[in-house]
Design a protein. Structure first.
Length: 143
C-alpha cells in the first residue's frame, strides 16, 4: 500500500481541528486543539490508508513504536491517571491514532472524550508552550 504514487494529504477535518507538532519517521504528529485534554494524533504519511492492516507489517511495527514514543512523552509531561490509545476512523476514514492523556478530574472522565462538552481551543501562549514541550519530549525540530 505504501508504494502508492499519490502524495500524502492530511484529511481536511484533521487539519482543521489540530496543530502540527511535527513528523516522526512514519507519522505526522498533531495536537488536538482542545486544551481540556492533552491529545495527540498520529497519521502515517502515506496516501490512501484507512486501516492499520493497510500498512506493511514492518510499518505497523514502526507505527506502534511511534505510538509508544508519544504515549511516553505525554505520560512524562502530564502525569495522567490513564492513557487512552485508539484508532477508530468512523468519522475521519484516513488512518490515524489518538493518544490521549486522561485524568479522573477531566471533563469527560470516565467516558470517551468525543462529544464531551464544548471544545476549548488553546490560546496562543498555551499553544506555543504545549507545542514546544511536546517537540522537546519527542525530539522533533520546530515545524
Amino acid at each position: 500500500m505504501t508504494a502508492n504514487a499519490a502524495p500524502f494529504v492530511l484529511d481536511p477535518r484533521l487539519s482543521a481541528d489540530t496543530h502540527v507538532v511535527g513528523d516522526l519517521g512514519l507519522s505526522r504528529v498533531l495536537l488536538m486543539d482542545d486544551a481540556r485534554f492533552p491529545w495527540l494524533i498520529l497519521v502515517p504519511r502515506h496516501a490512501g490508508l484507512r486501516e492499520l492492516i493497510d500498512l506493511p507489517r514492518d510499518e505497523q511495527h514502526r507505527l506502534l513504536d511511534e505510538i509508544d514514543r508519544c504515549a511516553r512523552a505525554l505520560r512524562a509531561l502530564e502525569k495522567p491517571d490513564k492513557l487512552n490509545i485508539g484508532a477508530l476512523g468512523n468519522v475521519v476514514a484516513q488512518l490515524h491514532v489518538h493518544v490521549i492523556a486522561r485524568f479522573a478530574a477531566d471533563a469527560a472522565w470516565p467516558r470517551p472524550v468525543w462529544g464531551a462538552g464544548e471544545r476549548v481551543a488553546y490560546d496562543q501562549i498555551a499553544l506555543r508552550v504545549r507545542l514546544d514541550a511536546l517537540r522537546a519530549a519527542l525530539c522533533i525540530a520546530t515545524a
